[in-house]
Design a binder for this molecule. Sequence first.
Ligand code: ACM
Ligand code: ZN
Length: 482
Amino acid sequence: MQHRIIPQPNLLDYTDGICPAERAVPVVETDEAMPPEGYALAVRPDGVTVRCKTPQGLFYAKQTLSMLQNENGSLPCVSIQDAPRFAYRAFMLDSARHMQTIDEIKRYIDVAARFKMNVFHWHLSDDQGFRIECERFPKLNEVGSFRDGHGFGSSDTSRYGGFYTKAEIRDIVSYCADRFIRVIPEIDMPGHTKAILASYPSLSCRETPIAVETQAGVFRDILCAGKEEVVSFCCDLLDEVCELFPDEWVHIGGDEAPKNRWRQCDCCKDRMAKAHLDSFEALQGDFMNRIAAHLRTKGKRAVAWNESLKSGCLDGDVIIADWMDRDKLCPARANAGGEIIAEDFFHYYLDYPYAMTPLKKVYTFDPLPEGLTEMGRPGVIGVETPLWTEFIEDFEKLCKMAFPRLLAVAERDWTYEENCDYADFRRRAEESRPWLQSQGVVMDPQSAWDPKGLSRLKKLLAHYKKTLTRDMLLSFFSKKDD
Ligand code: ACM
Ligand code: ZN
């Protein structure tokens, strides 16, 4: 027997018979012994029973039932006991480089919810745009939400931008809550802040006016970590952001922050002396800790990209987003009791072509980093799949990049290794096509899912194994292959 359920349930047995459509209405029984997101499903010829502890468990049982259903509404008789491998099953969307409409974001959320993901990490501030309506700092919208040009290699220099209103953001948060999805906003700092600095130049070390960035990359102009004014700005901004996002976690970035400006800045050096910090990386740790401390006073926890661990002094309760951890600081953090989200660049970044990250590579990757001890393993709380949009301007391309790879991540998030089977997953992904199409989501044909590597790309990856940066790959993909 074959079904088209994604993610594959962790325990599924077929029993004899069919439950006709008129009897396929589930009777729900609350079972306090079930795991919070788990459910048990019994489909018999005379009816359907769902056992679960929470409304979230019931929601997942319903997703499974809708994928089990035959075209005439009948159900094959089965017994399912299911619960996720990871508690944190996330998708990240970059709405800073290119924006999506609220309707498009809802469609993306609908797909993620169907495949039992439960966290939406929303990247809303970067060098190329600030995307949240802000009353306390109006220039973030007047200046920081717009750039002169679509950018990223395009010759179109017309004004591009906008921001999501508070009402739109509340609508998305409530839409997600109805689907048991948490929303974690990201305000990236101290790097990736050119849109903020274009709005308020006094927040930089040099205070020189700059424009909102129009190209992809990592830029030297970042927030000054020495001025008290910057810390208060970030805390005030986060206060306003937190009013919109009720989730307990807030992502404060911390990736790709070059220290060139800090090295030349008296304010930064004064802070280092005052706080007894022995390096500019430690200054970043100090900065992140000050912001995390403010969030703590509001009952919130900070999430940060793994570069912030280089400081050696990041507070232990900051959750680490592990995207490119060359120094292997993430397993050490988990082994010491910290929490890690696995979002490996080479496997889970959906904005790179299938030639670099084929479906099979996504699916067969073990999300647990090497070097975890038995004690450290539960520190990896889940998996996240980011989608950056420097080179993704429209929803059609976004969908092609995301699907079916996001489905592969959703399965690896939920299903234990021993129940994962790539060939069977490919078949089920293909069988998801009609439902995805009904949501306006178009996938490329199966022949595009596992292409042979591009010759130039293979050479690049082999040559720069240890030193490859996102910048180099972005520039590679803006050129044509030979
Ligand atoms: C990142 O990709 N810079 C987190
Ligand atoms: Zn400075």
